[in-house]
Write a protein that binds this ligand. Structure first.
Ligand code: NAX
Length: 324
């Protein structure tokens, strides 16, 4: 058998992880032949709840699980990790200002960046799910100077999947037949779902749907407000779909996308007018364990405006988190 992959997961006692852990343990990230060791992190107050999750994981008797570590110490959790899912973060509590929320999370991701720097494998692939995901990822990278910055990414995949699903329904095509859909920017209501290159079975989606007003006035706000709509209906935020998106993101990064575009929050290289220093959603393809930004996309006036708006928000968020 193959040597086990070590997968570190934070926020392990929380809602998203209640779905995520079990799917990773089943083999949904690395495949059905790859043993895994789960390295679970949460805060001291959550250790008792985590103990319960641990018992349930044991009771699944997953054949691929070769070991489980549960800890409140980030260095222990990240030790020799091959993949890192940073799901835990501080939600906004009653009366908390946005600046305070950004500062509290900046502190969490500073500590975790240092631990990552110290303990994780240099090839580890990192996804930040905990909000504000893009900004947390940028703070993490700033405190992990010896860790390859390109391996620190933020999750836009839930927005991407929401976008695909809405397009497929409206165009009456299968999700799997849609190519070249992209979500740009911040994981927030400002993100920009871009259909200008999207195709299904070789035909432009915009022509299949033939309704620009629907795209601008219905689709974009629907994707933007989907998180709130789920909270309203379910009384709790999206958890299973968020876990699924995190798995899609990591699975595709590791196993490749066969030329298909997916959206990932990655460190900007200045292309498409996105300021450097941000971790920003862009379309990528993945092959051989490496993601590559899709190049040469034509950006029309509408897309330019939308990308600039979401990037300005990202920059503002990072400045506030850094106290600039
Ligand atoms: P929960 O509140 O259920 O769980 C969060 C867990 O993280 C808790 O167990 C908490 O104790 C733990 N935690 C807090 N600080 C920690 C730290 N410093 N180290 C380790 N663990 C820590 O939230 P859940 O519903 O699981 O959501 C987790 C995060 O995902 C939230 O920040 C949420 O906003 C974010 N989301 C991000 C999405 C994305 O697309 N990027 C979508 C879904 C989700 O809203």
């Amino acid at each position: 058998t193959l040597p086990a992959k070590r997968i570190a997961i934070t926020g392990a006692a929380g809602q998203i992880c209640y779905s995520l852990l079990f799917r990773i343990a089943k083999g949904d990230v690395y495949g059905p032949d790859q043993p895994v060791i789960l390295q679970l992190l949460d805060i001291p107050q959550a250790m008792e709840a985590l103990r319960g999750v641990l018992m349930e994981l044991e009771d699944c008797a997953f054949p691929l699980v070769q070991g489980i570590v549960a800890t409140d110490d980030p260095v222990t959790a990240f030790k020799d990790a091959d993949a890192v899912f940073l799901v835990g973060s501080r939600p906004r509590s009653k009366g908390m200002e946005r600046a305070d929320l950004l500062a509290v999370n900046a502190e969490i991701f500073k500590v975790q960046g240092k631990a990552l720097n110290e303990a994780a494998s240099r090839d580890a692939k990192v996804i930040v799910v905990g909000n504000p995901a893009n900004t947390n990822a940028a703070i993490l990278a700033a405190h992990a100077p010896d860790f390859p910055a390109a391996n620190i990414t933020a999750m836009l995949r839930l927005d991407h999947n929401r976008f695909l699903s809405q397009l497929a329904t409206k165009a009456d095509v299968a999700v799997r037949d849609i190519e070249k859909a992209a979500v740009w920017g911040n994981h927030s209501p400002s993100m920009f779902p871009d259909w200008s290159n999207a195709q299904a079975n070789g035909k432009a989606i915009s022509q299949l749907i033939g309704d620009e007003a629907w795209y601008r006035e219905t689709l974009i706000p629907t994707v933007a407000k989907r998180g709130s709509a789920i909270i309203e209906a379910r009384g709790a935020s999206s958890a299973a779909s968020a876990a699924n998106a995190a798995i899609d993101h990591m699975h595709d990064w590791i196993n490749g996308t066969d030329g298909k575009w997916v959206s990932m929050g990655v460190p900007s290289d200045g292309s498409y007018g996105i300021p450097e220093g941000l971790i920003c959603g862009v379309p990528v393809t993945c092959e051989g364990g490496v993601y590559t930004r899709v190049e040469g996309i034509e950006i029309d006036d509408f897309a330019r405006k939308m990308i600039d708006l979401t990037c300005a928000e990202l920059k503002d968020e990072l400045d506030a988190a850094l106290g600039r």
